[in-house]
Design a protein around this ligand. Sequence first.
Ligand code: BTN
Length: 254
Amino acid sequence: MSDPLAPLPAFFHLIALDAVDSTNEEARRLAASGAPEGTLVWARRQTAGRGRRGRSWQSPPGNLYASILLRPRCAPAAAAQIGFVTAVALGEALRRFLPPGVPLSFKWPNDVLVAGRKISGILLEASGLTGDRLDFLVVGVGANVATSPADVPYAATSLAQSGAGEVKTGDLLAVFAESFASGLARWREEGFAPAREGWLARAQGLGGPVEVRLDRETLSGRFASLDEGGGLALDLPCGERRVVTAGDVFFPDL
Ligand code: BTN
């Protein structure tokens, strides 16, 4: 890797690579061979980057691809909260590079949007259970720094396209790592409430109409809230409330 990197919090053990299939896959391989919590895999490019719900993630040089290995002593359901801790940390980091006044929001579950366009995505991959606890969790973060993909079914942007100028991926990683380490420590001490509040304060479409596409059905209703486990609480026209834990969200006015 050519980018110099500012010092990271002591929590992290950095592994910097020029190319890898997927930083999530590499973090999983390292986890299986006993790597410690805080192992951070960072690659200049990925050859098989993956996104949520089985999609691929285009990964040319110039953007950020990083995965953090965690060994949280929690049940799988609680691990979803870490996705929101990560999104809030990423939002804080991206904000540091954006011109003042450029709107940044969070789209359920873990996307960050700038001016309504997706700038980053997060992929959580959990593995193994000992009793009711996870063996490990990989938190994968992709952020568009220099470029955004053209042929994706959503509006996308990058830091460069949003007026941030030229940003080094290593600089974004260093700022994100600081925010993430403090957000994670807070989650461990205080639970989900601080991250949940931070996320809700900038939630895209909160209180308005939303369509949620699940594997086998599409639901339309009002985006009421984020529940205590990180699920999207949806008020249906029939008056019923549904909590959705996996799906894709669409807003009529975005
Ligand atoms: C999404 O679909 O929005 C999630 C995208 C997550 C992409 C990141 S890039 C680093 C890490 N490695 C991967 O293969 N995927 C995640």
